[in-house]
Design a protein around this ligand. Structure first.
Ligand code: ADP
Ligand code: MG
Length: 326
């Protein structure tokens, strides 16, 4: 079964008062069944964008369409969207089953039917045996799953998630990441997931929208965003890149594409820092009149020619590894 779930934002902006522009001219079309990550530093407009899609916030300009119908003026419950909040916001006095069934109760669905549906969704998020518990009898990860089931019970065509993993410890975060992926595949609807973590966006998204200062800085597949950063901001935010300026041109070179050779002298530099990271070693080198350059070397490559602070090395990279920035 395929569910139609295209999402389109056209020139969407949000102003607060005269001075604050939270979102500035957001235009993007997401195909049905996309996994979209809105990525960017704190304050760049991610949550505001999500809240406008959900209808919890009005737009100042622009139009939002779901399945080719404008929803810009519709109330949240009429949009076919559902939102999962950062803090889960479960009702503390309702048991898990009634938390999940809540929206159906509001819609007047009778108790046996809404409980049956709630139990099905709890099964889907692996919480089938927890229906009678109260939220404070659950771990953070379990509350998270309940919040997901609660959002999904309205059968949205677009699921909106605001920093859904940020309250979890690192181990659970990685596990929930694969759960979200599985759920997305199973449901076939569009997910829009807000995060400030590059790793999370690269791991989950088929479309990454990197925002900076209320605007889209770059949108594309994870590979495009990572391998072809358009600007210095993208290269630096995604990490793993050096921004190098040579004869008036500026470009990005992935740090794992940099080679260091004690016996080469074409482009000499001095080792200023060495950090062992397990399977790789990060070596930072300095050269006069140039920003520091970091090379990520495979552990075995490093061991063939160990480097220490103060060593002189030649810095090399292939022409094809240079990526020009605007
Ligand atoms: P993000 O989720 O990327 O951290 P937000 O969308 O929450 O960013 O906020 C974007 C900008 O809009 C910030 O500068 C924030 O302070 C401002 N902002 C958000 N909500 C309001 C509001 N209700 N009133 C005034 N300014 C707001
Ligand atoms: Mg936010």
């Amino acid at each position: 079964m395929t569910v139609e779930s295209t999402l389109e934002l056209h020139d969407v902006s949000k102003h607060y008062g005269k001075d604050i522009i939270a979102v500035n001219g957001f235009t993007q079309r997401f195909a049905s069944g996309s996994y979209v990550c809105l990525l960017g530093p704190s304050g760049c407009g991610k949550t505001t964008t999500l809240r406008m899609i959900a209808g919890h916030e009005t737009t100042t300009t622009g139009d939002i369409k779901i399945n080719n119908n404008s929803v810009t003026k519709l109330p949240p419950a009429k949009r076919g969207t559902a939102m999962m909040f950062q803090n889960y916001a479960l009702f503390p006095h309702l048991n898990v089953r009634d938390n999940v069934a809540f929206s159906l109760k509001m819609r007047g669905t009778d108790k046996p039917a809404r409980h049956k549906r709630a139990d099905e969704l709890l099964d889907m998020v692996d919480m089938g045996s927890f229906g009678d518990r109260l939220p404070d009898q659950l771990s953070g990860g379990q509350q998270q799953r309940v919040a997901l089931a609660r959002a999904l019970i309205t059968e949205p065509s677009v699921l909106l998630l605001d920093e859904p993993l940020s309250a979890l410890d690192p181990f659970l975060r990685v596990r929930m990441r694969s759960e979200l992926s599985r759920l997305h595949d199973e449901l076939g609807i569009t997910f829009v997931h807000v995060t400030h973590s590059q790793d999370e966006a690269l791991a989950l998204a088929d479309t990454v929208v990197l925002m900076n200062d209320a605007k889209i800085e770059q949108a594309g597949t994870p590979t495009e965003i990572y391998n072809q950063p358009r600007t210095e901001f993208v290269a630096r935010f995604m990490g793993g890149h050096n921004v190098i300026e040579l004869s008036g041109e500026r470009f990005a070179v992935r740090s794992d594409h940099i080679r260091l050779d004690k016996n080469a002298h074409d482009w000499p530099a001095t080792v200023s820092f060495v950090e062992f990271l397990g399977s790789t070693v990060e070596v930072t080198v300095q050269r006069e009149g140039c920003a520091d350059i970091t090379a990520t070397l495979k552990d075995d490559v490093f061991q063939q020619q160990p480097l220490a602070i103060g060593d002189s090395v030649g810095v090399e990279w292939a022409q094809s590894a240079q990526h020009k920035l605007v």
